[in-house]
Structures are given as C-alpha cells and as structure tokens.
Design a binder for this molecule. Sequence first.
Ligand code: NAD
Length: 244
Amino acid sequence: LTDLSGKTAIVTGAARGQGAVEAEMLATAGASVLICDVLEEEGAALAERLASEGHDVRFKRLDVTSEAEWAEALALVRDWTGQLDVLVNNAGIINRKIIRDMSVEEWRKVLDVNATGAFIGVKLAAPMMAEGGGGSIVNISSNSAFTGHYDPAYTSSKWALRGLTRTAAMEFAEQGVRVNAICPGLIVTDLNRGSPHLGPMIGMTPAQRAGEATEVAQLVLFLASGASGFITGEDFVIDGGFTA
Ligand code: NAD
C-alpha cells in the first residue's frame, strides 16, 4: 500500500470526475490534499465530506489559467503544511469542434486551460518542491496525445502536455522534482457521459470496456510515491490496449 503520510498534494480540477477520485485516494494514502477547481460548491462539499471522514483536506478556488490564483493556492499550502510534494495537473476541458468550425477564441480557451494551466502550475510549484528537497508532478494528458482524434484543440493541448512533461522533467530533475504524464483512454466521467463516441470507442478497445477513475488514480499514487523515484519525463498510457 502507498503511504503518503506527511506529504502535501494539490489536485487541480478535483471537484468532480477523475480529479475527485485522485484527491480522495491521495488523502486515503495519508497525504494532506488541497482540492482545487473553479466549481466552488462541489469542491467545498467534497473537501467537507473527506474532512468529516478524518482526512486532512481543504478546498481552494483555482482557475488554472490564472497565475494569481495559482500563487494564492501555493501560499495557502505554505501556511498550512509548509511544503508541497505532489501536484496533479488534472483540470481539463474539451471542445469537439473540427478545425473548420472552431473559432480562434475557442481554440485558445482549450489550450489555455489544458496546456497553459499546467505550465503555470509547473512554473510555480516545481521551485517550491525543490526548496523542500523534491517532489512529483503528474500531468493528466490523454491517449489522444499519441494519435489524431476529431477534436483538434483538445488533442493538440494533450500533445503539448507531453512536451511540457519532458522538458520540465529535464529542467527540474537535478533538484529532485520528477514530472510524468498519464495518458488515459476512455474513462467514463462527466466530460464524456452521454457522448455518442462512447459505444464505438469501447468497441475499438481491446479490453472491451471503459476504464475506471480509480485505475487512473492508482497510477497517480504510484507516480506520487517514492516507489517511482527514478522515473521522470515519461508518458503512461492507460487505455485497455486502445493505442497498442
Ligand atoms: P471532468 O469534466 O469530470 O473534470 C474536469 C474538471 O476540471 C472539472 O471539475 C472542471 O470544473 C475542472 N476545470 C475545468 N476548467 C478549469 C479551470 N480553468 N481551472 C480549474 N479547474 C477547471 O472530466 P474528467 O474526465 O474527470 O477529466 C479529468 C482530466 O482527465 C482532464 O484533463 C481530461 O482531459 C483527462 N482525460 C479524461 C478522459 C476521459 O475519458 N474522461 C480521457 C483522457 C484524459
């Protein structure tokens, strides 16, 4: 079992979906967890529930595109536990318009949340982790970052996260900060519930099923823990053989 007692983690986009499961499993492993999201009611309710179950969890509103809100979140962690050990850049949005139908503004929005949001997180969190002797950053990309899909802005943003992962891993390795990416395939959450793509995608998945958020969160726990101490700059596809 992974023991993250004494560690502090931030999970972005953690009010619901995969991020909420990742936050809960990190807290269950003993970490103090800051749940961050733009969904204030859902995030606060999740933090309240986990705290009532005995976990050390708080909620902070964080729009990942805002450098000022990132700075506030890190200041909160500094006052709370004094250190940051784990950052999960999980927040993400999708826009399935094809290139001909997508405005430049719509393209920028997706890239801003999915790629630039993680860049700001790495930029501000990695030096703080380095101060404390190191840490682990996990960027939630997608198996779209290995292929092309009919969602150009989303797919491009997820390829960008792989590039950010590799370059950040090189820049911060000597300071003990590891940076890895998880590239999930179909995981059923609010992002894709009801999507007409679900059935066909399951049909094209060798495992013949969608993944569970807990299966992604298990990988987050491994990458957050010392068990993965020599792994950095890597992408981990978790998709039931879809891209195999
Ligand atoms: P979700 O929509 O349930 O959760 C995404 C969360 O991100 C939401 O809570 C949302 O409020 C939050 N968010 C959106 N914009 C934000 C912003 N600007 N700042 C902070 N938070 C913001 O979706 P999910 O399936 O749980 O997705 C989690 C991550 O996993 C995303 O990065 C997604 O791209 C990735 N992913 C999902 C799948 C899948 O099949 N569900 C597959 C591959 C990758």
